[in-house]
Design a protein around this ligand. Structure first.
Ligand code: UD1
Length: 426
C-alpha cells in the first residue's frame, strides 16, 4: 500500500515533462513478438504495468532490458504460447498477446485478464475480430481462452470502437495473406502508434476514410534492430493540465502533443482557463481566472473527451463555480472516485438522467484536506488533484494503481511546486 501525503492549497506553477504513452507502449511491447528480432523502444515510462508486460515477455522466452527510457526486447527465441493467470491478472493489457502469439505459433492459451474496478471488461470483440479475420478454433472456459488457427484476412465491422479489440485486429491483419478491412475501429492516437510500429515491422496498414485496412505482407523474423519511439502520454499531460487549472496555477506541459488533447483543451477553455497549445507543449493558466462549471462533459471514444480523464475532470470541475455534469459512455460504471472526492470536500454525487444513464453531478466549491482511497488508476489521479487543491493535509491511500500509469508522479508535481510525498506502508 502506498500513502500519498499532500499539503495542498498552493497553485501549481512551472513546467513539467510528459512521459511516453503507457497505452501506446503496452500493445507495442506485445507486438515485438511480430518482429522476431531485437527491438529498441524509446521513451518508455517506468510503470508497474510496463514491468508486468516485460515479465510476461520473459516468461514467453524473450530477452528484455530496461535502461533509462529505452526498452530492448528480443523475441527471436520465444518458446511458449501460454500466459497463465499469474501474469494476466496483474495487467489487463496482457490480452494484447493474443494475436501476436497466434501469428508466431498458430496457437495460444491466455488466461482472462484480471478484474478491474472500472467495470466489466469482456473480450468478446477481440474474439469476434479473430473469427472475422481468420480461421480459428476458439475454446473458452472459466479460466481463459485457447485459440488455434491462422489469420486469413477479411472484413470486420466492429460493433463498438474498442481500443483493445482494434489493436488485436490490426496485429492479426498485419501479416495476413489476404487484405483486411476493419470498419468502426478505434482511432485513438495509441492505436495509430501501434499501426506505425506494425508497419515498421514490415506490415502495410493504413487508415482510409476512418477505416483500417491492410495489404498482405509476409511474416519473417529479423536480425537488424528496429528502433521506435512511442508518442507522448496524452492522458498524463491532460492530468497535469487539469491539476494546474484546478489549483489556479500556471504551467507549461512540455513534450506533449496538443493535437491529441483536443477534448481536454476544449473543456479547460470552456471553463474559462487560458490554454495555448504549440507543436509540443501546452500552456495552461487558471491563475486570476474565474472558472465556471460545464453543462455536460461526455466521455466518448477519440477524438471526444477521453474516459481516462473523466475522473481527473470531475476533480477539476469540483473547483469551478456553478454546476457541472459528467457522463462516461465508455465505462458507464467508472464512478468510484465520486464518493472519495466527496470525502475530500467536493459536492459531488452520482445521479440518474431521465433516460436512466448515470452521470456525475457536481456543485463547484472548495476541497478541504481529507482522506481518500483510490480504487483505480485514474480515480487515484483525481484524488491527488483534490489533495493538491485542498488547504491542509490530505492522505491518498493507494494499492499501487497510481504507479501503474503515472511515472514519478510525486517528483513531477513537486517540480510544479506541489507538496506531495509518497510513503510505503507494509
Ligand atoms: C483502453 C485503454 C484504457 C481506456 C480504454 C478506453 C489500454 C491499455 N487501455 O482499454 O486506458 O480507458 O481503452 O479508451 O490501452 N468492450 C466490450 N467487449 C470487448 C472489448 C471492450 O464490451 O471485447 C467494452 C468495454 O467493456 C468498455 C468499452 O468497450 O465499456 C471500451 O473498452 P476498450 O476500448 O476495449 O478499452 P481497453 O482497450 O480495455
Amino acid at each position: 500500500m502506498t500513502q500519498y501525503v499532500i499539503d495542498g492549497g498552493r497553485p501549481l506553477i512551472g513546467t513539467v515533462l510528459t512521459s511516453g504513452s503507457k497505452n501506446a507502449l503496452l500493445p507495442i511491447l506485445a507486438a515485438t513478438i511480430l518482429y522476431g528480432g531485437p527491438c529498441e523502444i524509446h521513451r518508455a515510462p517506468h510503470l508497474s504495468d510496463v514491468e508486468n508486460l516485460l515479465e510476461t515477455l520473459r516468461y514467453l522466452g524473450a530477452k528484455t532490458r530496461f535502461c533509462g527510457d529505452v526498452i530492448t526486447v528480443d523475441t527471436s527465441a520465444l518458446n511458449r504460447y501460454d500466459i497463465p493467470a499469474e501474469y494476466t491478472g496483474r495487467c489487463r493489457a496482457s490480452i494484447s498477446f493474443l494475436a501476436p502469439l497466434l501469428l508466431r505459433f498458430g496457437r495460444c492459451s491466455v488466461a482472462y485478464p484480471g478484474g478491474c474496478a472500472i467495470g466489466a471488461r469482456p473480450i468478446n470483440y477481440h474474439l469476434e475480430a479473430l473469427r472475422a479475420l481468420g480461421n480459428f478454433r476458439i475454446m473458452e472456459n472459466s479460466y481463459g481462452v485457447e485459440v488455434q488457427g491462422t489469420f486469413t484476412g477479411g472484413y470486420y465491422s466492429m460493433p463498438y470502437p474498442s481500443v483493445g479489440a482494434t489493436e488485436c485486429a490490426l496485429m492479426g491483419a498485419c501479416f495476413s495473406p489476404m487484405p483486411c478491412k476493419i470498419e468502426n475501429g478505434a482511432l485513438e492516437p495509441e492505436v495509430e502508434d501501434l499501426a506505425g510500429f506494425l508497419n515498421a515491422c514490415g506490415g502495410h496498414i493504413f487508415l482510409e476514410n476512418g477505416i483500417w485496412q491492410s495489404e498482405p505482407a509476409p511474416f519473417s523474423a529479423h536480425t537488424d534492430t528496429l528502433r521506435y519511439s512511442v508518442i507522448p502520454d496524452r492522458i498524463e499531460a491532460g492530468t497535469f493540465a487539469l491539476a494546474v487549472a484546478a489549483t489556479r496555477g500556471e504551467g507549461r506541459i512540455l513534450r506533449c502533443n496538443p493535437d491529441h488533447m483536443k477534448g481536454v483543451i476544449r473543456l479547460l477553455a470552456a471553463a474559462g482557463a487560458e490554454v495555448v497549445g504549440s507543436k509540443d507543449s501546452l500552456y495552461v493558466r487558471g491563475r486570476n481566472r474565474k472558472l465556471r462549471g460545464c453543462d455536460l462533459v461526455m466521455a466518448y471514444p477519440y477524438p471526444a473527451f477521453p474516459t481516462d480523464l473523466q475522473a481527473p475532470a470531475c476533480a477539476f470541475l469540483a473547483t469551478c463555480y456553478g454546476k457541472s455534469a459528467v457522463l462516461d459512455t465508455v465505462f458507464p460504471m467508472r464512478y468510484a472516485h465520486v464518493s472519495e472526492l466527496g470525502k475530500m470536500g467536493a459536492r459531488v454525487s452520482v445521479a440518474r438522467a431521465p433516460g436512466g444513464e448515470r452521470y456525475v453531478s457536481i456543485v463547484g466549491g472548495m476541497f478541504r484536506g481529507g482522506r481518500g482511497e483510490s480504487t483505480d488508476l485514474r480515480a487515484g489521479a483525481s484524488l491527488l488533484i483534490a489533495g493538491l487543491c485542498g488547504k491542509g493535509r490530505s492522505i491518498v491511500l493507494d494499492q499501487g494503481y497510481i504507479a501503474r500509469g503515472y511515472e514519478a508522479v510525486c517528483e513531477k508535481f513537486r517540480g510544479l511546486g506541489g507538496r506531495i510525498w509518497e510513503n510505503r506502508i507494509y
